[in-house]
Design a protein around this ligand. Structure first.
Ligand code: XMP
Length: 529
């Protein structure tokens, strides 16, 4: 088994013994930037994983080649402040403490940390000891990002000051004998101008780790892992056509061929041509056999008369599980359920705040593994979203699947405001298809996080020819976002809006008015329901 894929396949965390690529272990003390440290290090081709701050040294993966202590919101002298296992400093591995991580290292090794006389926050000059390998290639003074109250006032015995902030405070310390270093600032954020260089120096020069963790190595090793875990058994998974489930399906299919049964549930709430597009791309081009279940009638009858958004979601979730379960049983002999859990969910579950049970519901097919007595495999659980895309490209998946905007599990049901009927879905589908077509032909698709049309539950008066009309209104929505948590409405060019509006009103029967949504999140949400 190899690292980065072994843990992935069986869904377990850093408690396993890994072999393979030398990695960097990041102890998470609760900084909002911890995941960025992992991402940056991975960009050097070095696998890195986040574990809880108190992970005992004896449980570190055998492949660990260096340790990073993340920042965190606490003060090291506060009651109950998180502390690392002191034995991690005895492992003989290079350690880099960042901000709170530096304080934790200093305190553990006998240095002194004090409340700062002034709080340093934001950009600040940094003058490093440039002869040191950690700072090789850095300029004499560079801009770094500070965010702290406490500071190291006396480094531990055997440590020297390796850099000061422009106001003269200790901003870096280290001991080549102990191979322990500390930075008062955050090298992982983009505001630290040469932060990447610094992290790379730590990983490559100080720790001597080579970058050999690549999308190709990930694919090869994960395929091997899946084969050895699954053997001749069957694996079922829910295929939505989104990036994660598509990449996961192709990956497993490469490993076990048609013993993978991806189940695509047509819930009747999909966009125009959605099913056809997904099937064509994955089946015809990549050979993945897909089990399509036509269940639109079931979903629509369950939704009849329902207008409350949360009830719609519940009904759809519930119905999905029933359909999936029936279908998986029909397949016969399935022993595993594959799920497209991603690394951010894993990080969330090791967070300082305690293991979190809130794996997002759309990543988790509502308790199915227990209900159906299936073992779980999660082949991409060590990857961030952009890494999933790179793995997808390595597998030969089309760019337009990999670049797809997110689409919610309940589908168009939460975009047909009010009651969901076949007739209203048809109107929305047509309008939405035109909208996305115009976005694509204007070259804006990749610039937008998410774009879609909403059918409103009101009718308005219009005039067509000499006739008075009384028809549907649709709202166009497009937003910029990084992660869906916050969003800003997208400034759609006026000429594009004009074309969209004209085409929708002319081509979609039953629509006589188009609006553009200019609300951001918060206080609005991305979806309307
Ligand atoms: P909101 O509307 O909460 O949306 O700002 C944030 C992101 O989540 C998606 N979304 C959902 N995805 N099931 C899903 O799988 C849902 O019930 C659901 N509701 C919202 C939304 O499309 C956006 O990307």
């Amino acid at each position: 088994m190899t690292q980065g894929s072994a843990a992935a396949v069986t869904g377990k965390g850093a408690d396993r013994t890994h072999t393979g690529h030398v990695s960097v272990v990041i102890l998470d003390f609760g900084s909002q930037y911890t995941h960025l440290i992992a991402r940056r290090i991975r960009e050097f081709g070095v696998f890195s994983e986040v574990v809880r701050f108190d992970t005992p040294a004896t449980e570190f993966p055998a492949t660990a080649g260096a340790i990073v202590l993340s920042g965190g919101p606490s003060s090291i002298y506060a009651v109950g402040a998180p502390r690392p296992d002191p034995a991690i400093f005895e492992l003989g591995l290079p350690v880099l403490g960042i901000c709170y991580g530096m304080h934790a290292a200093a305190e553990a090794l006998g240095g002194r940390v004090s409340p700062g006389t002034t709080r340093e926050y934001g950009p600040m000059g940094f003058d490093p000891e440039r002869g040191h390998p950690l700072f090789q290639g850095l300029s004499e003074r560079s801009q770094v990002w500070m965010s702290h109250g406490d500071e190291v006032t006396e480094p531990p015995d055997g440590f020297i000051v390796l850099g000061r902030s422009s106001d003269g405070k200790i901003a870096a310390m280290g001991s080549d004998e102990h191979r322990v270093y500390g930075l008062q600032f955050h090298p992982e954020v983009i505001h630290t101008k040469q932060g990447n260089r610094l992290l790379e120096n730590f990983v490559r020069r100080v720790s001597g780790i080579e970058g050999d963790w690549t999308p190709r190595s990930f694919v090869e090793e994960t395929i091997e892992d899946i084969r050895s875990t699954v053997g001749d058994s069957k694996v079922v998974c829910a295929l939505s056509g989104g990036v994660d489930s598509s990449v996961m399906s192709v990956l497993i299919h490469r490993a076990i061929g048609d013993n993978l049964v991806p189940i695509f549930v047509d819930n009747g709430l999909l966009r125009k041509n959605e099913e056809h597009d997904v099937i064509t791309r994955l089946h015809e081009k990549l050979g993945v056999k897909i089990d399509v279940v036509k269940a639109g009638d079931r979903f629509l009858s369950a939704l009849a008369g329902v207008t409350d958004p949360e009830r719609k979601r519940k009904i759809i979730g519930h119905e999905f599980i029933r359909v999936f379960e029936e279908e998986a049983k029909r397949v016969g002999g399935a022993r595993f359920l594959a799920q497209g859990t991603l690394y951010p969910d894993v990080i969330e579950s090791v967070s300082v705040k305690g293991p979190s049970a809130t794996i997002k519901s759309h990543h988790n097919v509502g308790g199915l593994p227990e209900r159906m007595d299936l073992e779980l495999i999660e082949p991409v659980r060590t990857l961030f979203k952009d890494e999933v895309r790179k793995v997808g490209a390595e597998l030969g998946i089309d760019a337009d699947i990999l670049g797809r905007q997110p689409f919610p599990g309940p589908g168009l049901a939460i975009r047909v405001l009010g009651e969901v009927t076949e007739e209203r879905l048809a109107v929305l589908r047509e309008a939405d298809a035109i909208y996305l077509e115009e976005i694509r032909s204007a070259g804006l698709y990749d610039d937008i996080w998410q774009a879609f049309v909403v059918l409103l539950p009101v009718k308005t008066v219009g005039v067509m020819g000499d006739e008075r009309t009384y028809e549907h209104v649709v709202a166009l929505r497009a937003v910029h976002s990084h992660d869906g948590m916050t969003a800003h409405w997208y400034p759609m060019p006026q000429d594009v809006l004009e074309r969209m509006s004209a085409r929708i009103i002319n081509e979609v029967r039953g629509v006589n008015r188009v609006c553009y949504d200019i609300s951001s999140k918060p206080p609005s949400t991305i979806e309307w329901e």
